[in-house]
Design a protein around this ligand. Structure first.
Ligand code: SF4
Ligand code: SF4
Length: 414
């Protein structure tokens, strides 16, 4: 049976002020779960899977993160930590995701600490085939743990939400690679060990198609809050129009008795038909399907990690071939961006207020674009969504150039 204490909420939001308003009032309904002591250590774990920002559908929206931090600070909690262990390739390439997604600037502004879980003190957990992996201790030791996943499609796992987001709790590249020896079962193994108290799903701009990094953004405008990651993931599958049986780790969870029929019934009754918006599924080729077959992954990953092969697969040429074959999605651009300046081209602006809807810091836009405001963290959300291209960005764009070019065509649809 679904736990009687279980809670789940679905918010439909548009724009920063509505996100803040609805999140605040809904979180008040969960306030009895929060620690009594205001000294409590609260860990926030967004999905910072790559340096593609939230508007691409890839990573957690800074609007939710900022709203949550303000809520918690408003309740007197001051020991807040943002923690994430970004995915393997970025870790290997030593690319700082916290800085590229402006998490560091956001954290500095609010006086919140950050921790890269890839380098955090760790403890051992058991994976399939008797493999031992290490997970960041803080995920179990924090007094309160809030999981902040993105709702997106995933070319291996079908979908990535609450359960899959826990992969970021694994410490460093070798431990993440161990998870891939039996990805779906190890997602469940990980979630038996690491159990956030609350899940807040960012479904504002979701990703459909070949997620998590090669899909396309979709303006879904939802936030889900809940206490059971299985039920929240099932509800997300309903919202996305996916059959849970196509999400291997949910199917395995049901077969293994971790969840039961009552979970399915509850998720069906919780998500009413009109809310469902069918997301395009990942369209993977035969090679990706072949290599990710449950039971076979273990052997492929073993070969992949054998000393000679491991060096070979880390070369640029192998990276390109993996991208072309669909086995790897991320592109690792080494060039950082500079301290970019944004400004308003007043004659181009028609006061549509879209920039204000997307500003995580709730600045009074477009007015506050006329002079540099200290609260601006430089995230460029306003620049990316402006339909008139009335916001100018100057400086060294580095890795952002490719992202801006790639997502320019979605500007009008966000
Ligand atoms: S989004 Fe662009 S056009 Fe609209 S108010 Fe902002 S700056 Fe002006
Ligand atoms: S003004 Fe623009 S760049 Fe600055 S915080 Fe707001 S959305 Fe980000």
């Amino acid at each position: 049976m679904v736990n009687n204490n279980f809670r789940i909420s679905l918010l439909r939001c548009k724009g920063t002020s509505q996100i803040r308003e609805k999140l605040n009032s809904e979180l008040d309904r969960y306030s009895d779960l929060f620690p009594l002591s205001k000294e409590a250590k609260i860990l926030l774990k967004p999905n910072l899977n790559s340096y593609m920002n939230a508007l691409t559908g890839n990573t957690t929206d800074l609007r939710i993160l900022a709203a949550l931090i303000e809520y918690l600070k408003g309740k007197g909690y001051h020991n807040l930590i943002i923690g994430e262990g970004t995915s393997s390739g970025f870790y290997r390439e030593k690319i700082n995701i916290f800085s590229r997604l402006y998490i560091d600037k956001l954290a500095t502004f609010y006086g919140v600490k950050t921790i890269d879980l890839n380098y955090a003190p760790s403890e051992e957990i058991e994976f399939e085939y008797g493999v031992k992996a290490r997970v960041a201790k803080i995920c179990r030791e924090a007094d309160f743990f809030i999981n902040l996943p993105k709702l997106k499609t995933h070319f291996e796992a079908g979908m990535s939400v609450c359960l899959k987001n826990m992969l970021g709790a694994l410490v460093g590249l070798p431990n993440k690679q161990k998870a891939h020896r039996s990805l779906f079962k190890n997602i469940l193994n990980l979630n038996k060990h690491v159990r956030p108290h609350l899940h807040i799903v960012d479904g504002l701009i979701a990703m459909e198609g070949n997620g998590p990094s090669s899909g396309t953004p979709l303006n879904l405008g939802v936030i889900l809050i809940g206490t059971d990651p299985y039920l929240v993931d099932l509800a997300c599958a309903r919202i996305a129009g996916f059959d849970y049986r196509d999400i291997p780790y949910l199917k395995i969870a049901l077969d293994a008795g971790i969840i039961n029929e009552s979970y399915l019934k509850y998720s069906e009754s919780f998500v009413p038909e009109p809310v469902i918006r069918k997301l395009r599924k990942p369209n993977v080729n035969w090679l990706v399907r072949f290599i990710n077959k449950p039971g076979w992954q273990h052997y492929f990953v073993k070969i992949r990690l054998a000393p000679g092969f491991n060096r070979l697969f880390s070369t640029k040429l192998a990276g390109k071939l993996l991208n072309i074959s669909g086995l790897r999605q991320d592109v690792f651009i080494k060039e950082d961006a500079g301290d970019n300046r944004i400004s308003l081209i007043e004659q181009e602006c028609d006061n549509c207020m879209k920039c204000a809807d997307y500003c995580p810091m709730a600045l009074s836009l477009p007015q506050q674009l006329k002079e540099r405001d200290d609260r601006c963290i430089g995230c460029l959300y306003c620049f990316l969504v402006c339909p008139q291209k009335a916001i100018k960005v100057e400086g060294k764009l580095g890795y952002l150039s490719e992202q801006i070019k790639r997502y320019d065509k979605f500007r009008g649809s966000l």
